[in-house]
Design a protein around this ligand. Structure first.
Ligand code: AMP
Length: 185
């Protein structure tokens, strides 16, 4: 089983939770561009200042900024044996840039988590209460879902036979078990 894995799914689809579990199981880093960008915003770095206006409204941060951030992160020693990517690539242009920079097998398996839209909105509104994320209000949630359908979903076709579909409804443990089963096949 390869250890260069991408989690793909709608916002609120559980990819962050599952990616974290998988990174613990495989001993490779969990690389979440959303987390990295939120840290950049919190530390008021140059990147954070540029990213925040996009994140606030639920739009994608420009590709060049995100691609450079990920390349820098993957150059660190802990990523030599693999990584679990969460939230990157987010569109076909990012996927192409990533493949040009890191090689065409930089992503060996793409796990697509399936959750229906009503559940997603419910989960995200719950997370807004729990975590206080400013982009988890209803207008931004709808915008992020729209961006997902338009920009990110085409990656399922792009990654073709590297894609494994997993039902993202159920308990965290059950979903994780499905993920592990898919990766073992
Ligand atoms: P996430 O935590 O993955 O839902 O990401 C939260 C927000 O960060 C998104 O709505 C985007 O504004 C931004 N973001 C995260 N990853 C990317 C990416 N790969 N490309 C562009 N913007 C991103």
């Amino acid at each position: 089983m390869g250890r260069r894995i991408l989690f793909l799914g709608p916002p609120g689809g559980g990819k962050g939770t599952q990616a974290k579990l998988l990174n613990e199981a495989l001993g490779v880093p969990h690389i979440s561009t959303g987390d990295m960008l939120r840290e950049a915003v919190a530390s008021e770095s140059e990147l954070g200042k540029k990213a925040s206006e996009y994140m606030k409204v639920g739009d994608l941060v420009p590709d060049d900024l995100v691609v450079a951030m990920v390349e820098e992160r993957l150059a660190r020693d802990d990523a030599v044996c693999g990584y679990v990517l969460d939230g990157f690539p987010r569109n076909v242009d990012q996927a192409r840039a990533f493949s040009n920079a890191m090689g065409s097998d930089a992503i060996e398996t793409t796990i697509v988590l399936h959750v229906d839209e009503a559940q997603i909105v419910e989960r995200l509104l719950r997370r807004a209460d729990l975590e206080g994320r400013t982009d988890d209000n209803e207008a931004t949630i709808r915008r992020r879902l729209e961006v997902f359908r338009r920009e990110t979903e085409p990656l399922i076709a792009y990654y073709g036979d590297r894609v494994r579909r997993v039902d993202g409804v159920g308990s965290i443990d059950d979903i994780f078990c499905r993920v592990v089963r898919e990766l073992a096949e």
